[in-house]
Design a protein around this ligand. Structure first.
Ligand code: RIB
Length: 289
């Protein structure tokens, strides 16, 4: 693959305004709890992963939709300030996506997403620019992800199947690499099913236990990087973004996943999704060959 491609990583996905409360414990059904702190951050799995790629040094483009509102302007400015190409970030007549996030004292969280403008991705034509890696998640319409991956040309296609969903076999057959967590893997039928459906490599993230890489012939473990986690929101996005940035540098999947696992761990040590995404310098200072 030459360097004549326009971008290292193209991300097609969601962007949200994250409304984040911290509480002593997560509310039970019917329970009202008081927030200890409240903050608003840029978020959305697509935006977070694009920012993670850019902070890892990848030339990154983001394709998605924001609403014609203050949140939409804020998210566009954030992407631009990270050096991410937003020429295909479309402003639509719908509210910008929102995520209602609660994080408890142990770092556990719940997230409710309101799609808003994210449901409009694909309603206007998308031209996928050339890239080394093409990355998508599932907070935008599933059929749009399939159409985009079908346009991938020579790019490595990476699907982060989050939030969990059943994935049509046509989309699975277009994925080079799938990166689910354990819940998402189960929702899709497990590693064996995914590999049998045409995915070349499955990297299952296991939280503080690291990750597992499986292909048709072997399975290997990715060692976790030990940290004191305070907030796991965005950790999966840090992992996926770092993985894609390293693959775009030409690293092997095993090497890229080890670096991604440090990025994911570091992201759990800071509150908020985008504020927690580490730079490549921070990640590589902890990496030993
Ligand atoms: O993965 C974390 C993200 O999930 C949050 O930023 C929130 O917006 C939801 O999309």
């Amino acid at each position: 693959m030459g360097d004549s491609v326009e971008f290292d990583v193209v991300v097609v996905g969601s962007c949200n305004l994250d409304l984040v409360s911290t509480t002593t414990h997560l509310p039970s059904p019917g329970e009202t709890v008081r927030a200890i702190t409240y903050a608003e951050h840029a978020g959305g799995k697509g935006l977070n992963q694009a920012v993670a790629c850019a902070r890892m040094g990848a030339r990154t483009a983001f394709i998605g939709c924001v609403g014609n509102d203050t949140a939409g302007t804020m998210l566009r400015e954030l992407l631009n300030s990270e050096g991410i190409d937003t020429s295909q970030l479309v402003t639509v007549d719908a509210p910008t996506g929102r995520a209602f996030i609660t994080v408890d004292a142990s770092g556990e969280n719940t997230i409710v997403i309101v799609a808003g403008a994210n449901a409009h991705v694909g309603k206007t034509a998308i031209t996928v620019p050339s890239s080394k890696v093409l990355l998508a998640q599932l907070e935008i319409p599933l059929d749009v992800v399939t159409q985009i991956f079908a346009q991938a040309q020579n790019a490595i296609t990476v699907l982060n199947p989050a939030p969990a969903a059943e994935i049509p076999s046509e989309l699975l057959s277009l994925c080079d690499i799938a990166v689910p967590n354990e819940t998402e893997s189960e929702a899709m039928g497990g590693t064996k099913y995914l590999l049998g459906s045409g995915v070349n490599t499955v990297i299952t993230t296991l939280g503080e236990r690291g990750a597992e890489i499986s292909d048709a012939t072997s399975t290997s473990a990715v060692t976790p990087y030990p940290v004191n986690a305070i907030d796991t929101v965005g950790a999966g996005d840090a992992f996926v973004g770092a993985l894609c940035a390293e693959l775009a540098r030409g690293e092997t999947i095993e090497h890229a996943a080890r670096i991604a696992s440090i990025a994911g761990a570091l992201a759990t040590t800071v509150h908020g999704a985008t504020p927690s995404l580490p730079t490549r310098a921070a990640v590589m200072s902890l990496y030993a060959d």
